[in-house]
Each structure stands twice: as C-alpha cells, then as structure tokens.
Design a protein around this ligand. Structure first.
Ligand SMILES: Nc1ncnc2c1ncn2[C@@H]1O[C@H](COP(=O)(O)OP(=O)(O)O)[C@@H](O)[C@H]1O
Ligand SMILES: [Mg+2]
Length: 599
C-alpha cells in the first residue's frame, strides 16, 4: 500500500526533476522576484474577486428575489460592477506582468545558449546538426516559457481561486463541500500519469523538429544541387516522412493533454449532480435559502476552470522540464578547447611554428596524424602537398587550435600554443580556405570582419591589394552591396578575393591558406594568385595547394601521406628525389600540356 503511494507521488514530482526545478528557480526565475510579487498580488485580487462573485450570489438572490428589497438593488449593482472591474483590471495586469517575465526568461536563455554555442569547439558542431541546435533556441525555449508561466499562474491565480472558492463553499455548507471535494483528489491521480508519457512524447517531437530544421537548412542551401540532380522528389519524400512523424507525435501530445479533460468533466458533473440532489432537497424542505444554494453552486462552477488548469499543470510542467533538460544539456557542455588557468599572451618574434612529434585523432579509433614533426620557418612560405585525405587540412587546423592534439607539442616562437590565450593565438593568424566564409552582409562588413575598427581607407587599401577593388566599384552599390548568404551573388573568384582582402586587413603575421585557389577557373585563379602573393609577402605562410604550380616558389615543401611526412625539401630537391612529389608534378604538367592543347 505505502509502496503504491510513493510510486504515484514520484510521478508528479520525480526525484530527478528536483535539481532542474531548483536551477530554473534560482537562476532564471529569482531575478524577477519583484515582478513576480506584483503578479502574485494581482493574482490575489483575481482570486478574491472571483470568490466575492460567488459569495455575492447569495445576497443577490436572497435580498432581491427573496426579500424583494428595492433599496439594496443599486448597492448590489454597484458592488457587482466594482468586483468585475477589479477582476478585469487585475487579470490584465497579471497577464502583462507574467508575459513580460516569460519573455525576459526566454531572452535570458537564448543569450546564454548563444554565448555557450558560439564558444563551442568545432567538434561540437560536427556532432550536432544545425537544425537541432536551432530547435533548442526556438521550440524548447518557448516550451520552457509556457511551463514557467503556467506553473506560476497556476500556483498563484488558479490555486488561490480554488482556495477562496472552496472557502465560500465550506462557509455555505461544509457537508456538501466535503462531499463534492471528495471527488477532486481522485481525479488528480490518473491525470498525474499522463505527465510522464507526455514528457517522453514531447522529447521525441522536439528531436523531430530538429531533424526537419536540419533538412530544410540542407535543402535550401543546396537547392542548386537538388535541382541539378533532379532530387526534388527524393527530398520531398524525406520531408514528407519527417512531417508525418511530427504530426503523429504532436497528435499524441494533444491526446495525452486532452485526456485530462474528460476525466475532470465527468467528475465535475458528478459533483454537481450530488449538489443538486442534496441541496435541492434542502431547499424544498426549507432548511436552506435559495441564495445560499446558488452561492454554493456558483462557487463550485467557478472553481471548476482553475481546478482543470491545476490538473493539467503537471503535463505542462513535464513538457517544460523535458525542454529544460535539453537546454541545460547545451548550456552545460564544457568546451575542451579553453584557455589554461594561467595562459599567457602569445608574443610573435619571427613567427616560427614547430610541430614536434604530434599525434592527433578526430575520434579514438584512427589517427589522422602520427608522430608528425614539421617546421615552418618564420616569415617564409611552407607548402603541404600529398594525396587527398592525407592530413594536410588537419595540420593547418591544429595551428589556430580548432582541435587539441593528443600527443606531442605545437609551438610558435617557442611558446606552446596550448599555454597561450586563444584570443592572442587567433589574433595572429589569418585563414583563407576553400570553404566559403562570407556572410549575408555588405562587402564592407565582410572585409572588416576580422577588424571591425578598420577605417574606410584601410578597407579600400586592402581591397586594392587583393585585386578586389575594381570589381567592387562596378557593383550597383559598391562596398554597400549585400552579397547574399555565403556570398551567392558573387563569382567564386570574387568571393575568394574578398576573403583575401579580409585577411589582408587583419594583417596577421601568420597566414594559413587551405586550397584557396582550387575551386577557381584558370583566369580567376591567376588573379587570386596575384592577390595571394601580395598577402604572403614576409608572413609565415602555410599553403596547401592542389595545383603544384602555385607552390613551386615555396621555401620548403612537405609531402604528407597518411598523417606522416613522406618527403621534404624544395621543389628542385623533391624532383631530384624522384618520389611521390616528382610523380605528382609529372602528372600535372602533362595535364597542363593537354589543357593548353585543348585551349
Ligand atoms: N572533422 C573530422 N572528423 C573526423 N575525421 C576527419 C575530420 N576531418 C578530417 N577527417 C579525417 O582525417 C583525415 C585527414 O583529413 P584531411 O586533413 O582533411 O586531409 P587532406 O586535407 O590532406 O585532404 C581523413 O582520413 C579524414 O577522413
Ligand atoms: Mg584538405
């Protein structure tokens, strides 16, 4: 028997929920205590005026219909109006205050999540689909707000209303009140059960919302490819599947929620039936006035709505807790790549970069780099070549600490990169990659991205050096032209020159170029290459290039294969070694010859 009892109790407020509750209250609700006190006072007015209406019923009926007292008529009318006025204005005030607090709480969550996410490691973003992260921001936060405001309004307005109305009922007839309220607790028990089910379904539905958002994101961004491969129907089917799954689950949520109602409805009806039978009998017998009977019935009917709300409070809370859990899981994620406790400021002298016996794996089962040692001389150009998947980009991405290595050391001018602040490290590095790095903003804003304080002259100077000024001037709005998401309104070569202008403006001593020219046609490649040569001048540069012609001039070349250095030297010495580099070089010069013939 007692075992059964604790089981039911657990379902209403489970052990695992308590820390989530505490955290919600302490960190998100408490800052608004003042507002909540105001809201509570207003709720108290709502509850009191509601109870007053029920109580007043007795006087209306007995004075006017019973005694036919004409003098009481204007007084009663006045009082009733005042009661409605108080009820109306306090309901308005309470709604406004509660919504204000709710929106502020949403904003607090969104700010914190954004801050958390924008500082997260790349690995986190590789492992979490964009759509599900967006869903955290929109759906989960909205569910949370709904739960918080329903819980507070429930605990305030609805609970107080029920208490006062029950007070009126007991005042009128305690036996009748006890009978009708015997049924209410029985109604609570089955309703509590829906809570847990709802929470599970709600979690599932949020996951699907995330999946849908991810799909939409992919399809709309890759719409060109969807069309080129005639994949509209395929994508339609995928979307259909997710949409169907979503509405089915949502329907389940609604059903679980709605199930609370018929139970309340039936039990409420039962209570009314008992009251009519017993109370009616008393009136007929003359032991009770009609006024007292109607006051009781009014109180019972008025108590019915808030009671129903209190009964479904649990399911709202369960949805909110599920959402809170997901939001907290984002907020609690610790970044692996952070400043050491006493991280120092990176001081660049020559800008020499050293990889000393570095081993690195993206995931535990396969090493992307194995005991790799390379040296990038300060102010010189070093190139990485080799077959695709060999680990070149990985090497490059380790320098700004996008990932942390498992073994060995990476240092810049003798300072281990793990010991310096991330900010000072990244401030000294400019990155130009094949990956599109432009935002849907003006050209000016895109160029100034790494140095927001840059003056107009600096921006133009950088564009001139990046061979971008000329084409920018010809655009309809010049530097104020909005370039579309990922710069879709520009050609590949133009995009790349804007990226170079950005790097130029940043003027960092270390320059990382990952296949910066490989997506371009020969003509744009030549222009971009010229711009790059200006950018490289005097900086420590690491170049990854598919086309060997662009790295012939490198001071030192490493041939990377399977995460290791296969060969090294300058162009001439590597050709002389007659290994992989010489073979790649041969292959490409024949290709170039052929291309020339075709052209
Ligand atoms: N984000 C990642 N997560 C897991 N594995 C990765 C990731 N990026 C690259 N790899 C793997 O690491 C290896 C080296 O890749 P990469 O450095 O990109 O090669 P390259 O630039 O020489 O073509 C490949 O086997 C690739 O599959
Ligand atoms: Mg690569």
């Amino acid at each position: 028997m007692s075992k059964q009892k604790t089981k039911i109790k657990k379902k209403i407020l489970t052990q695992e929920n308590i820390p989530i509750f505490k955290r919600l209250i302490k960190d998100y609700i408490k800052p608004y205590t003042n507002y909540l006190i105001v809201a509570f006072v207003l709720m108290l007015f709502v509850a009191l005026s509601t109870a007053a209406l029920a109580y007043g019923m007795k006087h209306i009926l007995d004075e006017i219909f019973g005694q036919k007292n004409a003098d009481a008529l204007p007084i009663i009318a006045g009082v009733v109006f005042i009661i409605f006025f108080v009820k109306g204005t306090s309901t308005y005030g309470q709604t406004v205050v509660m919504n204000y607090v709710g929106q502020r709480i949403i904003a607090d969550f969104q700010r914190q999540m954004f801050q958390r996410l924008v500082h997260s490691d790349l690995t986190f973003f590789h492992n979490n689909a964009t759509g599900s992260l967006i869903s955290r921001f929109t759906n989960d936060v909205t569910l949370l707000r709904a739960a918080v405001s329903t819980a507070i309004t429930g605990a305030g307005r609805d609970f107080l209303s029920v208490v006062f109305l029950v007070g009126v009922m007991f005042h009128e007839d305690w036996i009748l009140a006890s009978i009708s309220f015997f049924v209410f607790p029985i109604a609570i028990l089955p309703i509590a059960r829906f809570g847990k089910k709802l929470r599970k379904v709600s979690t599932g539905s949020q996951e699907i919302v995330g999946k849908l958002a991810t799909l939409l994101n992919q399809v709309f961004q890759g719409i060109r490819h969807v069309k080129a491969y005639s994949m509209e129907d395929y994508e339609q089917k995928r979307a259909d599947g997710i949409i169907t799954e979503l509405y089915k689950l949502n329907h389940k949520v609604i059903r679980a929620r709605a199930a609370a109602h018929p139970i309340m409805e039936c039990l409420g009806g039962l209570a009314i039936v008992v009251v009519i039978l017993y109370g009616g009998y008393e009136i007929i017998e003359g032991t009770r006035t009609q006024g007292s009977f109607f006051a009781f019935v009014t109180a019972l009917l008025l108590a019915y709505e808030p009671m129903k709300k209190l009964a479904s409070l649990n399911s709202d809370l369960q949805e909110g807790i599920a959402a809170a859990e997901r939001v907290f899981s984002v907020l609690d994620r610790k970044s692996d790549i952070v400043n050491m406790p006493n991280a120092k400021y990176l001081e660049i002298k020559q800008g020499t970069i050293n990889f000393d016996n570095v081993s690195f794996a993206y995931n535990t089962h396969k090493n992307a780099l194995k005991n790799l040692s390379i040296n990038l001389k300060g102010g010189k150009m070093t190139a990485l070549v080799g077959p695709s998947g060999g680990g070149k980009s990985t090497i490059l991405n380790l320098i700004p600490r996008f990932y942390d290595i498992q073994e060995g050391n990476i240092s810049i001018d003798g300072q281990f990169i793990k010991d310096v602040t991330l900010h000072s490290l990244r401030e000294n590095i400019a990155l130009v990659s094949q990956e599109i790095s432009l935002f849907d903003d003006t050209i000016r804003a895109n160029i100034a991205y790494g140095r927001l304080s840059a003056s107009e002259e600096d921006i133009i100077q950088a564009s001139i050096e990046a061979a971008a000024h000329e084409f920018i001037e010809k655009l309809p709005h010049g530097y104020d032209t909005i370039i579309g998401e990922h710069g879709v309104k520009l050609s590949g070569g133009q995009r790349q020159r804007i990226s170079i202008a950005r790097a130029m403006l940043k003027n960092a001593p270390i320059l990382l170029l990952d296949e910066a020219t490989s997506a371009l046609d020969t003509e744009s490649e030549r222009k971009v290459q010229e711009a790059l040569n200006k950018l490289i001048g005097g900086r420590t540069t690491l170049v990854i290039a598919h086309r060997l012609s662009t790295i012939v001039q490198a001071d030192h070349i490493y041939v990377i294969d399977q995460g290791q250095v296969l060969e090294e030297g300058n162009h001439a010495s590597l050709i002389a070694q007659n290994g992989l580099y010489a073979r790649l070089s041969n292959l490409q010069s024949t290709e170039d010859e052929q291309r020339k013939l075709v052209a």
